[in-house]
Design a protein around this ligand. Structure first.
Ligand code: NAD
Length: 352
């Protein structure tokens, strides 16, 4: 066994269809008396409904959460938090809304109850990404880790199938990188394998039957485990490339992860052969090819070209990705990265 050091992130998890009804109890148990409910504009109605069900515990709704947690939005939310006399937040939504709750907690230690409605996994990480004047910075701080997470699969029944697929593959990417992380430990390896297994089983069912509560529950379970891995160990080439493509070329978060995963897994599978063996087997032997075929079978986007990236940007993307690289099991070689990016841009399979 490899030596390891493991810091466990504390969180209370409430899991099950219908568990949205537990929000008031969980807020009270935390000692909260007025909860500001957060959402994106798209989920405003759901947030207002939740606020209404909270009665006196509901301080109101702030529904301007946006991708990449702009500091300007956080500052407006902080004003509403103060004006409404809130002493905690309830974040209802995906990574963008959860990011806003974390950004508030980072500034005033607000207690957070989070109700995730995608599979991004942010709710169980102490990581906050924020943008100011177009520059994205990331902080890792215990104060941003939500205290309570409520997983209610009924809230994900209407998550559109294309988003369900890309969000699920985004979650899998956390776990794939967790399997070969330098600071992995036996528990994160178990979580990563089980998270990938659960999502691999659930996503094909969701594509055929989006309203299948059991498959939706499996997918949320998988995303919890994958998110826990993300929050515990360091990420490598895959996350570096996705952050580069998202941050410098404005590509959408989940779709970029979904497209890049087969290629980054293929890049690392020789160097991390033993660590990846159990999931390579799950995907038919060759992990990169298996993940590519899986994504294709789900109807996921396969090419960076389809996201609007210009072919002429690939060289600059490779240059950026080799700067300040994250630790990676295989050395980061610019030419090999450029070839990888070209295949991902074309939508080719990783071994093309
Ligand atoms: P998102 O939160 O941006 O959601 C995308 C859109 O889908 C929004 O309009 C949202 O309201 C809508 N939506 C969410 N759930 C829905 C549902 N069930 N039904 C219908 N519509 C729904 O997308 P995301 O992929 O969850 O989050 C991406 C963001 O999260 C990025 O900014 C990323 O950097 C961040 N993130 C952070 C971490 C972390 O640990 N800090 C981890 C993963 C992702």
């Amino acid at each position: 066994m490899i030596p390891f050091t493991y810091t466990i992130n504390p969180a209370r998890i409430v899991f099950g269809p219908g568990s949205l009804q537990q929000v008031a109890t969980e807020v009270r148990n935390l000692g909260g008396t007025r909860a500001l409910v957060l959402s994106t504009p798209f989920q405003k109605q759901d947030a207002e409904q939740l606020n209404a069900t909270l009665g006196k515990l509901g301080a109101g709704v702030f529904s301007d959460a946006a991708m990449h947690t702009p500091v300007e939005v956080t500052e407006r939310a902080m004003q509403v938090y103060q004006q409404t006399g809130a002493d905690c937040v309830v974040a209802l939504g995906g990574g963008s809304t959860i990011g806003l709750g974390k950004a508030i907690a980072y500034r005033n230690n607000a207690l957070q109850v989070v109700v995730p409605t995608t599979y991004a996994g942010s709710e169980v990480t102490p990581i906050l990404g924020q943008t100011e004047n177009g520059v994205k910075t990331t902080v890792k701080d215990a104060s941003v880790l939500p205290e309570v997470v409520i997983y209610d699969a009924e809230l994900t029944l209407d998550l559109p199938v294309p988003m369900s697929v890309t969000s699920g593959l985004n979650a899998m990417a956390h776990a794939v990188e967790g399997l070969y992380a330098k600071d992995r430990n036996p528990i994160t390896t178990i979580l990563a394998y089980e998270g990938i297994r659960a999502l691999k089983e659930a996503l094909p069912i969701i594509v055929k039957a989006p309203q299948d509560v059991e498959a939706r529950s499996q997918a949320l379970y998988g995303s919890w485990l994958c998110g826990t891995v993300l929050g515990t160990v360091g990420m490598a080439l895959h996350h570096k490339l996705c952050h580069t493509l998202g941050g410098s070329f404005d590509l959408p978060h989940a779709e970029t992860h979904a497209i890049m995963l087969p290629h980054t897994a293929a890049y690392n599978q020789g160097a991390a052969c033993d660590a990846l063996a159990p999931i390579a087997e799950l995907f038919g032997g060759d992990l990169g090819e298996g993940l590519h075929a899986f994504a294709e079978s789900l109807g996921a986007p396969l090419s960076l070209k389809s996201l609007g990236l210009e072919e002429s940007d690939l060289s600059a993307a490779a240059d950026l990705a080799v700067k300040n690289p994250y630790w990676n099991p295989r050395p980061i070689e610019r030419d090999a990265l450029l070839a990888l990016l070209q295949r991902a841009w074309n939508g080719d399979s990783p071994s093309a």
